[in-house]
Design a protein around this ligand. Structure first.
Ligand code: NDP
Length: 292
């Protein structure tokens, strides 16, 4: 099958690489050098231009937000063919993706939102969890392709449902990272060794992905890799709060989490990783995570 992959960032680059093993994949990226490298090293073919992507049977986008996806949809619309399937793997805005699905349907193009979770390691190892919004028929078309890049593929509901659950689950993670960091810092300030505090947390009811995987590397080993940009995480939590707003829901902890992450983003800047919010928590308390 001929696939077009648009957006070779931290996630898209390895995802497109897996697809080349089973399909003919053409790649396009805003910064052309990345697409050239993908074609050179990973068996894809460099698209002549963006418009060439419209000729594929399946178009996959992996971009920062729904805004960039919409810009690409606008540019490709004159070239799109009836019967094409568009898979948007971006962590996007469910309301925007519903509109996008409607616009594409007018051209006879099917749309599913298929955001992913599992971080860059999941993209590298093709073990992502993928949550899909779209009709049953479109899901059935997308599933075999998504199985090449992911391990668990879940049909969540109609168009937009994938994007909605993605930002909600990321908000759970954000709040967990924040509270876990706060309490570990308190333990440290109380004189408890961080490794010990983590060992107890992970053997007890405070255990989470944050305490088991995300925080030990940073807080104990002092390694702060850029895995998932804070700017993307902040975007996800802001979309979650917009869903709450739309539903007239009372979600004070979600609102607080959004406020904290947005404040941290202003402090840390666009290049920070999301777990660096732990540095802000230490700063708020006039200290650092380094051993004293
Ligand atoms: P990156 O910032 O690494 O990559 C973004 C990609 O989008 C790049 O290919 C970039 O091109 C392209 N891009 C940016 N702006 C534009 C534009 N205006 N027009 C066209 N292309 C553009 O992001 P990630 O790969 O980390 O994330 C992608 C999506 O996946 C996000 O929605 C994120 O929330 C989500 N996600 C990320 C995870 C992670 O751990 N990183 C985990 C799960 C989901 P260029 O190379 O030119 O900059």
């Amino acid at each position: 099958m001929k696939l077009a992959f648009i957006g070779l960032g931290a996630m898209g680059f390895p995802m497109a690489r897996h697809l080349t093993k089973q399909h003919e994949v053409i790649v396009w990226n805003r910064t052309r050098e990345k697409a050239e490298r993908h074609a050179r090293e990973h068996g894809s073919r460099l698209a002549r231009d963006l418009a060439e992507c419209a000729g594929a049977e399946v178009i996959i986008t992996m971009l920062p937000t729904s805004k960039e996806v919409d810009e690409i949809v606008d540019q490709l619309t004159p070239h799109l063919r009836k019967g094409t399937l568009w898979i948007d793997a971006t962590s996007g805005d469910p309301n925007v993706s519903r509109e996008t699905a409607g616009r594409l349907a007018g051209k006879g193009v099917a749309f599913v939102d298929a955001p992913v979770t599992g971080a860059t390691i999941g993209a590298e190892n093709a073990t992502l969890t993928i949550m899909v919004g779209g009709s049953g028929e479109d899901f059935a078309r997308a599933e075999p392709i998504l199985k090449i890049v992911g391990k668990t593929i879940i049909h969540v509901g109609p168009a937009g449902a994938g994007h909605a659950i993605k930002v909600l689950t990321n908000s759970i993670m954000g709040a967990t990272v924040w509270i876990t960091s706060e309490c570990l810092l308190l333990a440290k300030q109380f004189g408890i060794d961080l490794k010990t505090a983590l060992a107890v947390t992970n053997a007890g009811s405070g255990r989470s992905n944050a305490s088991e995987n995300l925080l030990p590397m940073r807080l104990v080993e002092g390694k702060w890799p850029l895995i998932f940009k804070l700017v993307h995480h902040d975007k996800d939590i802001r979309i979650a709060t917009s869903i709450a707003h739309q539903q007239h829901a009372s979600t004070p902890l979600l609102a607080l989490t959004q406020n904290l992450f947005s404040a941290a983003l202003h402090q840390l800047g666009d290049k920070a990783d999301y777990i660096e919010v732990a540095k802000i928590i230490a700063e708020m308390n006039g200290t650092t995570w380094e051993a004293s």
